[in-house]
Write a protein that binds this ligand. Structure first.
Ligand code: AMP
Ligand code: MG
Length: 424
């Protein structure tokens, strides 16, 4: 026991970058599945998507107006208007029947197929249509340069071009491309299933009335939201008291289930009842790290057993939240093929003094705003790992490097955006 206690205290702290890389190095992509296009929105593509046809596929009018030969109207002016014979009317979706010859034009609608012979579309507002006997003519009083208001074949993409990449998230633009290319079903990465196990004798279920010394389990639902926003599927595995044997049985059960990843919260610190810390010292899997040089959440732990990750996050709500963002979100994104699973920090000026001294970098919940064209960040709410209410106010994690004096207002810091965590 003494040696285990020692081991618990003598943990070696890994840098966030090193610890994260250790996890990413062992990452395995999730299996793929075919889903309907509507259900694919928000998912990640399992393969590159290329177009067989050029886009657009036919010469398309960008305006309501008249399709003409530009050379016919090259000399047109208010004093010398040009009159062309209207030989056809081309609604959207119809194929023109005639080739435009010299002195001719065709009435055309936006999105209509420009007839052969024509090389330009003159917008309706610049024309005047007149009746001439049984037919119609159009009067044009201005020259329009060749190719105006007309999208040539392949203007957006040549045939064979790769339009979407494996791992790309299907948002509005990607959904439009897939629909345009005829993908009624799309191959996407399966949503990683993430089991959430909460440990702590103090925990009550959400529906239970409060009792002395107890709190409701808020982490499980916070994590569920984070998992969903990262494309994963949360599995509520319930909660166990600080009973090592029960927790151990639960964890092996979850690691053997169809969950792709298991998160356990609580009990990773050095207290008497910190059962997860002991578990990581003696389990059958490989412990990757059990201490990270960061605040909050330094006892964050990670291991693998039979190719499945077990993440041990601190029970303190803010530490749990940060641990997920730094370690679990990149894993879930990586499993779904994301080319850049790591959050991309941005630089900003600290908008108030931060005087806490710290040996480890801090990831504090913050907000950002733009003032005079510069980006500023400032901490929000209570800056403690046990804080819960500040999480909902946070738009970024401000990275405070280790310092003996704190950081002054106006100094440049890095911040990690949290849009992904806040919105589904
Ligand atoms: P632990 O990581 O077990 O040392 O817990 C640290 C703090 O987080 C304690 O105050 C716990 O009561 C609290 N805590 C642990 N698990 C949860 C949870 N699931 N929801 C909310 N708070 C929790
Ligand atoms: Mg605990």
């Amino acid at each position: 026991m003494a040696t285990r206690l020692e081991a618990k205290f003598r943990r070696q702290a890994w840098t966030v970058e090193h610890a994260r890389q250790a996890v990413l190095d062992r990452l395995r992509p999730a299996p793929t599945e075919l889903v309907g296009l509507g259900d694919a929105i928000g998912r990640r593509l399992a393969e590159d998507v290329r177009t067989e046809e050029p886009i657009p596929r036919f010469r398309r009018s960008g305006m309501d107006g008249f399709a003409v030969r530009s050379e016919d109207i090259a000399q047109a002016s208010p004093l010398a208007p040009v009159e062309l014979k209207v030989v056809e009317r081309i609604p959207c979706g119809e194929v023109p029947r005639q080739t435009i010859a010299r002195g001719q034009a065709a009435r055309i609608m936006t999105g209509g197929m420009v007839p052969d012979g024509a090389d330009t579309v003159v917008m309706l507002e610049m024309t005047e249509e007149v009746t001439r006997g049984s037919g119609a003519s159009v009067i044009i009083r201005r020259a329009v340069s060749e190719g105006a208001n007309l999208s040539p074949i392949g203007e957006e993409a040549a045939s064979g071009a790769v339009l979407l990449r494996r791992g790309e998230r299907i948002g509005a633009g990607q959904a439009a491309v897939l629909a345009a290319l005829g993908y009624s079903r799309v191959s996407v990465f399966r949503r990683p299933k993430v089991a959430i196990l909460s440990t702590g004798t103090e925990l009550l279920q959400v529906e239970e009335p409060l009792a002395a010394g107890k709190i409701r389990n808020s982490n499980a639902y916070m994590l569920a939201a984070q998992i969903m926003s990262a494309g994963g599927e949360p599995l509520f595995a319930g909660q166990v008291p600080d009973d090592a044997a029960r927790a151990e049985r639960m964890i092996y059960g979850l690691l053997s289930s169809d969950a792709d990843l298991v998160i356990a919260t609580g009990g990773v610190s050095v207290g008497d009842y910190d059962i997860m810390a002991d578990f990581f010292l003696r389990w059958k899997g490989t412990t990757l790290f059990n201490k990270v040089a960061m605040r909050p959440g330094s006892p964050t732990s990670a291991g693998v057993w039979r190719d499945k990750f077990l993440l041990g996050l601190s029970g303190n709500p803010s530490a749990c939240f940060v641990g997920f963002e730094l370690f679990v979100r990149p894993v879930l994104l990586g499993m779904q093929g994301a080319a850049e699973p790591l959050p991309r920090p941005f630089a900003a000026y600290l908008d108030e003094d931060y005087r806490k001294v710290n040996a480890y970098p801090r990831y504090i919940r913050g907000s950002w705003h733009i003032r005079d064209g510069q980006c500023y960040v400032r901490p929000v709410g209570l800056d403690q790992s046990s804080a819960m209410l500040s999480i909902k106010e946070a738009a970024c994690l401000i990275v405070i490097p280790p310092t003996k004096t704190g950081i002054g207002r106006g100094e440049l810091v890095q911040a990690i955006p949290l849009e992904g965590a806040m919105f589904l």
